[in-house]
Design a protein around this ligand. Structure first.
Ligand code: F0G
Length: 456
């Protein structure tokens, strides 16, 4: 069985090492389940030579700027353009890339008015090739899977990881195995995995059950696991933050707000911020805050009930199916980055998510429900005084609007909360609804509709 190792042919020997987040053990080898051989906790990637690179900031900035003019395949990728802060490849053509990254940073003038925060931005990771932030991590992890000689890659997923993994496996000439909770992921995401050729298993369990099974599977079969437990994924996802800071001309925002599910993305962004400070790319750290759905609030409870010392798992339930996760794998990494950046962790209700999603949609941008927790969370953090109106805030929108059309259509038709305890929230939500109308095909009917819309 091929092993994942820094001494794998194709990977420069001393470029990086694995470090256990709990016991700090350093190694050049990672087991198939990417867990520490001593204590079983998660690994992260570390770069020993960076100690000598503390003043490298200005050089890196100019290298990355110059690469934007290049037409080479790795420079056209918004992830590999930052390859100086990633595990190194021997040759550029080893990268499996779909030109991921390069996502826009939008102003949100309407949401700025709603929240009273004039300097409000959205980093839209939903504009990646498969429609979510997962692509930034997948290009790196899939590349290292192929370098390690694997024929099969696998993941457990609430949908986006599977879509992304299937695409990158296909591009890299590998087979992919997807484990998803039956009936609990959107059709759009499932259809992507199918079209990209994954062997797709809908398991009669939830995401946490799928991930447990995958962890056992990778110890028995020669499959490379591509969940965010895989530290190469987080290295790729880090580049979101490098790209964001470059877009802000290296002036850190006061706050970055990100949804929390399995907690890989928040961990990756936090790691990037600390690395940017250590490399001299930024002079201070933005506060990184994590927002969860109230029904999938394991990190919120872990911090409130166990002071971040041990995981408080929950039985997850939310319509934001991407973050319907009760036993987040990367909770410890997330606690570390919240402490390092002095960020907050909050939860938001289903109605608050639906409202925020419609408000982001009304900007002409749109996102999937899990991404909208960021705006809903910002409103809470403002109320608590943690975010001040004069501060600058970046919301990380993790997935595309088209990822979950059922949610959006049910919302606009007024059916999202039908029969649910939240049904009474229509007073808040009705003004945001734009239900489709079925009319006779007459000019008169359309004219009347136009006039009514103008009045409302
Ligand atoms: N937003 C979206 C759209 C997601 O798909 C996910 C996670 C998250 C936020 C949360 O990110 O897990 O790094 O904290 N989706 C995973 C999946 C779990 O399988 O697609 P996280």
């Amino acid at each position: 069985m091929p092993s994942t190792s820094t001494s794998t042919p194709g990977v420069r020997q001393t470029a990086f090492r694995f470090r256990c987040v709990a016991c700090g053990d350093l190694s050049d080898q990672a087991r198939q389940d990417f867990r520490c051989a001593h204590c079983g906790d998660l690994l992260e990637i570390t770069y020993p030579q960076w100690k000598e690179s503390a003043g490298a900031g200005p050089d890196l900035k100019s290298t990355w700027r110059q690469r934007r003019l290049s037409q080479s395949v790795v420079d056209l990728s918004g992830v590999w353009r930052f390859r100086d802060v990633l595990p190194r490849l021997e040759r550029d053509d080893q990268a499996i890339t779909l030109r991921e990254g390069n996502t826009p940073l939008y102003e949100l003038p309407q949401c700025a008015r709603i929240t009273g925060v004039p300097r409000l931005f959205a980093k839209h990771q939903g504009l990646n090739p498969t429609g979510s932030f997962k692509d930034a991590g997948m290009t790196v992890a899939a590349t290292f899977a192929r370098l390690a000689g694997f024929r099969w890659v696998a993941c457990a997923s609430t949908g986006n990881t599977s879509a992304s993994m299937a695409a990158y496996a296909a591009r890299g000439g590998m087979r992919s195995l997807v484990l998803v909770p039956d009936g609990k992921i959107s059709w759009s995401k499932l259809s992507q995995a199918l079209d990209y050729g994954a062997v797709t298993c809908q398991l009669r369990t939830d995401f946490d059950g799928c991930l447990r099974l995958l962890q056992e599977l990778v110890l028995r079969a020669p499959v490379y696991q591509l969940n965010s437990i895989n530290p190469f994924r987080l290295e790729g996802q880090k580049t979101l933050a490098f790209e964001l800071l470059e877009q802000l001309d290296w002036q850190p925002p006061d706050h970055i707000i990100v949804p929390g599910g399995n907690l890989g993305n928040s961990s990756a962004i936090g790691k990037a911020l600390v690395e940017m400070r250590d490399l001299g790319l930024i002079s201070r750290l933005p506060k990184l805050s994590v927002i969860q759905a109230e029904g999938a609030n394991a990190l919120v409870r872990t911090l409130r009930e166990a002071s971040g010392k041990k995981l408080v798992s929950v039985q997850a339930e939310t319509r934001a199916t991407a973050i319907r996760i009760g036993n987040p794998a990367s909770w410890k990494k997330a606690v570390h980055v919240l402490e390092a950046t002095e960020g907050a962790c909050e939860q938001v209700t289903e109605v608050e998510i639906a409202q925020a999603k419609a408000e982001i949609g009304a900007e002409g941008i749109g996102c999937e429900p899990a991404s909208a927790v960021t705006l809903a969370g910002l409103k809470k953090l403002l109320k608590q005084g943690f975010v001040k109106p004069e501060e600058s805030v970046v919301l990380v929108l993790t997935g595309n609007l088209l990822k979950d059309p059922d949610f959006t259509i049910n919302f606009h038709r007024g059916q999202l909360f039908k029969g649910a305890p939240d049904e009474g929230a229509s007073a808040v939500l009705n003004p945001l609804r734009r239900p489709p109308m079925i009319l006779d095909a007459t000019l008169d009917a359309v004219m009347r509709t136009l006039e009514n819309a103008e009045k409302s």
